[in-house]
Design a protein around this ligand. Structure first.
Ligand code: NAP
Length: 281
């Protein structure tokens, strides 16, 4: 059984990205820039944004955080996005979610130039991904995809089961697996016989938000199990998969923490560089 080391894979990816940034700098005399808009004082968002900034700077990207108080009006945020859309030094724009209730998520995401949409949430990118065209891909599913491909380069014909249908995780994950010619089942809170669905999986991706939902007898021998869940419990952070039980039958499994989590930020950096490269053509 392989414990998939997301920390190491992410570190290797960041190293490759750093080399790529160095080369781009030599060739074009400029570097990709990432601007993050942070609204309010929500502690986890502040930590995520700080980590994103630190990681971006470590690989040589130009990084900027635009901060607003939680009372900021929607118009101010939208005007800032329009300004960043026009700014040639900004390759990627990310608005840290969740937003305060008085700001419309959809309006904000729609305002971002799709070519600078490093989160892959803009409808153009969602549509392109589901049509099989080139697009920005949401960072967490992209990270899961890279981890799966490291273990199993040829996914064609595999049975994949995705738990959760969020726009952030489950839906884009499904598209990525479909593109690899997997036969994909996507499940959600109304799915009947979830255990039976899981038992069919060669590849199981779990993004639900329920601690240790997936038990040992839900997974057949030889399955690749990717646990996206991050749940705070009395015993610390746990995933959506019961790691101790499931690791007995899985072929490979991501731990929580140290699996998918580190890949998310590395993929954000990757997406920023991709946006920069697209802006050159
Ligand atoms: P979300 O938007 O709350 O979506 C959860 C999904 O799970 C929904 O589609 C929901 O179904 C489904 N679900 C809920 N209960 C279920 C059940 N009993 N059986 C089957 N499906 C069920 O969550 P999310 O944003 O995708 O996040 C999922 C987890 O990933 C969370 O723990 C989150 O913290 C974590 N996460 C991790 C990373 C990372 O970098 N590792 C990034 C983002 C999120 P319905 O659609 O029917 O409601």
């Amino acid at each position: 059984m392989i414990i998939i080391d997301g920390k190491k894979t992410a570190a290797d990816l960041r190293l490759n990205l750093k080399t790529e940034v160095d080369n781009l700098k030599k060739k074009f005399n400029k570097v990709p820039g990432l601007t993050v808009i942070l609204i309010g004082e929500y502690a986890p968002s502040k930590i995520y944004v700080r980590n994103k900034e630190k990681s971006a700077e470590e690989i040589g990207l130009k990084s900027e955080i635009v901060k607003y108080p939680k009372t900021v009006d929607e118009k101010t945020v939208l005007e800032k996005i329009y300004e960043l859309n026009q700014d040639d030094t900004v390759s990627g724009i990310l608005v840290q979610l969740p937003l305060p209730k008085h700001i419309d998520n959809k309006k904000v995401i729609d305002a971002i130039n799709p070519r600078k949409d490093v989160d892959g949430f803009h409808p153009n990118n969602v549509g392109n991904l589901s049509s099989g065209y080139k697009s920005s891909i949401p960072c967490t599913p992209l990270g899961c995809y890279l981890l799966i491909k490291n273990i199993e380069p040829n996914l064609s014909g595999k049975k994949a089961v995705v738990l959760g249908r969020s726009n952030l995780n489950g839906k884009p994950m499904t598209q990525l697996l479909l593109k690899e010619n997997c036969t994909v089942t996507i499940t959600h809170s109304k799915t009947k016989n979830l255990k039976e669905e899981c038992l069919k999986a060669d590849i199981l991706v779990v993004a639900v938000g329920i601690p240790k939902l997936v038990k040992g007898d839900w997974v057949k021998k030889g399955t690749i199990v990717i646990d996206v869940g991050i749940n705070k419990t009395d015993k610390g952070i746990v995933g959506d998969v019961d790691f101790d039980e499931v690791s007995k039958s899985a072929k490979a499994i991501t731990p929580v923490p140290g699996g998918v989590g580190p890949m998310t930020i590395a993929c954000l950096l990757k997406n920023t560089i991709e946006c920069f490269k697209r802006s050159l053509v």
